[in-house]
Design a protein around this ligand. Structure first.
Ligand SMILES: Cc1cc2nc3c(=O)[nH]c(=O)nc-3n(C[C@H](O)[C@H](O)[C@H](O)COP(=O)(O)OP(=O)(O)OC[C@H]3O[C@@H](n4cnc5c(N)ncnc54)[C@H](O)[C@@H]3O)c2cc1C
Length: 321
């Protein structure tokens, strides 16, 4: 990366996957970067994510497609470095309607329609492919360390207005997830979609992921990671309960075991809840009207990991061009 003749002093609000990826990208381009967040990376919604590269509850548009493709390429490269927590894994997406969204398959080299004989009973069809699966706690720690090595400074505190940052920053990137809109004051369109997952011990050596969004009893996904398996899920809009719903957990586990019976032998390690920062479209643009130039980067819904590196690259473009 060429050295910039005049590096900028930049502040990123947020240390979830969007804030960290953006801070990393900006610092790699030679800027001086400070990240301010009131939740440490492992306390964020990003740490709850399953996390599979798969567009889910996120914007479906040509602009989002660019973010998807760019992020896939970056994760494919990171999967070659074991300590990142990124692995490429084969899996199957079960389809239960004739108009199932197969847009993800055009990005995935080995994607194909599953033989009818291998489609689970009750489903209409299925597609398969190899995509990145990210063990988020490992990945977020690795990414934060990479940021530190690039000189990024981390501060833990709550930002209550954009004006308080104008003295110290040439520009601010707002990667505040669910709270992005409230800091700008002009955007009430971000809303939570509650997600609950179960973490199981992967003592059965499961490797392939399985997703069944339209399961008649509710969303079902099974994502094997390094040592554990994430079983989901729920997707209830405007439900802000952060406590675990035991009944939902039992129903999720029953659904998952009906799809992959060997899960019955896996011990439950923990339950987790997160509120996805949903918005009709991701907000990824320059925002006028503040004392300091602002770039908004929030509203990634159920696809923040899937769109993270593409978002970070776009922030650099918005800043430098
Ligand atoms: C159960 C579940 C499963 C999921 N699975 C997947 C998946 O498989 N693949 C995928 O791509 N996505 C998945 N997601 C979605 C993904 O987790 C989110 O899209 C992503 O984490 C959003 O990242 P973010 O950085 O925008 O927000 P967050 O991770 O919420 O981070 C927000 C940051 O902003 C900071 N902040 C906010 N306001 C302020 C303020 N005023 N002052 C200081 N700091 C502030 C917070 O402290 C935090 O650090 C899942 C989500 C859930 C809940």
């Amino acid at each position: 990366m060429p050295e910039l003749s005049s590096p900028l002093n930049l502040t990123v609000i947020g240390s979830g996957v969007i804030g960290l990826s953006t801070a990393h990208e900006l610092a790699s381009h030679g800027h001086r970067v400070r990240v301010i967040s009131d939740q440490e990376p492992l306390q964020t919604v990003s740490a709850v994510a399953a996390a599979i590269w798969f567009p889910y509850h996120s914007e479906n548009s040509p602009a989002a497609d660019v973010l998807l493709a760019r992020t896939l390429a970056r994760f494919e490269a990171l999967s070659l470095i074991p300590e990142t927590g990124v692995d490429l894994r084969f899996g199957v997406d079960i389809e239960r309607s004739a108009d199932a969204d197969r847009s993800w398959t055009r990005h995935v080299a080995d994607a194909q329609v599953v033989e009818p004989s291998a489609v689970p009973a009750g489903a209409l069809s299925a597609t398969s492919g190899t995509v990145p699966v990210i063990t988020m706690p490992t990945y977020l720690e690795w990414l934060q360390n990479q940021c530190r090595q690039l000189g990024v400074i981390f501060e833990q505190r709550t930002v209550s207005s954009m004006a308080e940052l104008s003295a110290d920053a040439d520009a601010v990137v707002l990667a505040a997830g669910l709270r992005g809109g409230e800091l700008l004051g002009d955007d009430q369109s971000v809303y939570p979609i509650r997600g609950q997952v179960i973490r199981l011990a992967n003592t059965v050596g499961l490797r392939d992921w399985l997703s069944d969004d339209d399961h008649p009893d509710g969303v079902a996904y099974i994502i094997p990671r390094r040592d554990d398996i994430i079983v989901g899920g729920t997707d209830v809009a405007n439900d802000t309960r952060l406590e675990v719903d035991e009944q939902l957990a039992q129903a999720m586990l029953t659904r998952a075991i009906s799809l992959v019976p060997e899960l019955a032998d896996c011990a439950v390690l923990e339950h987790k809840v997160g509120l996805r920062p949903a918005r009709e479209t991701i907000r990824l643009e320059r925002v006028a009207g503040h004392e300091v130039p602002v770039i908004a980067a929030y509203g990634h819904g159920g696809g923040g990991v899937t769109l993270s590196w593409g978002t970070a690259e776009r922030v650099v473009e918005l800043l430098e061009h």
